[in-house]
Design a protein around this ligand. Structure first.
Ligand SMILES: NC(=O)c1ccc[n+]([C@@H]2O[C@H](COP(=O)([O-])OP(=O)(O)OC[C@H]3O[C@@H](n4cnc5c(N)ncnc54)[C@H](O)[C@@H]3O)[C@@H](O)[C@H]2O)c1
Length: 206
C-alpha cells in the first residue's frame, strides 16, 4: 500500500505521515480545569489533545477569561463556580489558580472523589500538603503536582548524580535562560517571569 500523505504545513506539496491505528494504552478521561488565566489555556489545549480525553468544564472567577475560553471551546461548559466542576461527573480536576487557592480547591476536588493535578507548589503549608496526600491515599485518587521538568532527561540525570555520586549537598545553583518577559510580583509572591516561574520553582523539579 502507498504511504498516505497530507498537505505540508509549510506550504507546497504533501508530506508522508503514519496514521495512528492503535489507541495508546491509557484510559480516556474527562477533565475539569479550574483557572483559565495565563497557564490554564496551555493545560486545556494539551488535555484536549490526549487520545479520547477532553476538557468538559472550565472554571474561572473572571468572566473575561471564560469568554476567551468560549471562543475556542464551544462545547465546553463554563462556570465561575468551581463547585460546579466538583459536582459534575468528570474524572479529574486540573488546578491552575494562584497558590493560596490551591489547597481548598484540591481538597474539595479530592473529597468529591476526583483525581487531581495541581500546579506547583501544591499548597502553602507542609501540613496542607500532608493532608492532601493523605486524602488522596484514602480516596484512592491520583494527586499529581505539575513539576514541569520532572521528566526531562537533563533533570533526571542531575538527580541521578546528586543522589548517587555526591555526598551531602549544601548548596545548588541553577539557571534557566530565555524564560520570557518578567512581570511584577503579585499577591505577595516572589518576582516571577511571564511563565509564572521563579528560580526556586525551577529547582523544585530536582
Ligand atoms: N508549570 C509551569 O511551567 C507553569 C507556568 C505558568 C504558570 N504555572 C502555574 O499556574 C499558576 C497560574 O498561573 P497563571 O500565570 O495562569 O496565573 P493567572 O493569574 O494568569 O491565572 C489564574 C486564574 O485563576 C483564576 N482564579 C483565581 N481563583 C480562582 C478560583 N477560586 N476559582 C476559579 N478561578 C480562579 C483567576 O481569575 C485567573 O484567571 C501559577 O501559580 C503557576 O504555579 C505553571
Amino acid at each position: 500500500m502507498d504511504t498516505p500523505t497530507k498537505p505540508s504545513a509549510v506550504g507546497g506539496g504533501t508530506v508522508a505521515f503514519k496514521p495512528r491505528t492503535v489507541a495508546p494504552q491509557v484510559k480516556a478521561l474527562q477533565f475539569g480545569v479550574i483557572g483559565y488565566g495565563y497557564w490554564g489555556p496551555q493545560l486545556v489545549r494539551n488535555l484536549n489533545l490526549l487520545y479520547g480525553s477532553s476538557v468538559k468544564f472550565i472554571a474561572d472567577l473572571d468572566e473575561a477569561q471564560l469568554a476567551r475560553a468560549q471562543s475556542l471551546y464551544r462545547r465546553t461548559r463554563l462556570t465561575r463556580n468551581a463547585t460546579d466542576v466538583f459536582e459534575s461527573d468528570i474524572d479529574a480536576v486540573v488546578i491552575s489558580t494562584p497558590v493560596h487557592t490551591r489547597y481548598p480547591l484540591a481538597r474539595a476536588a479530592l473529597l468529591a472523589n476526583k483525581h487531581v493535578f495541581v500546579e506547583k507548589p501544591l499548597a502553602i503549608k507542609v501540613s496542607e500538603v500532608e493532608e492532601l496526600i493523605q486524602l488522596a491515599h484514602e480516596r484512592k485518587r491520583v494527586l499529581m503536582v505539575g513539576y514541569t521538568f520532572l521528566y526531562r532527561k537533563a533533570v533526571q540525570e542531575l538527580r541521578r548524580i546528586i543522589t548517587g555520586q555526591l555526598e551531602k549537598l549544601y548548596y545548588i545553583d541553577t539557571q534557566r535562560l530565555s524564560v520570557g518577559l518578567w512581570k511584577a510580583a503579585g499577591e505577595g509572591n516572589e518576582t516571577r517571569n511571564q511563565a509564572g516561574r521563579s528560580p526556586a520553582a525551577i529547582s523544585n523539579d530536582l
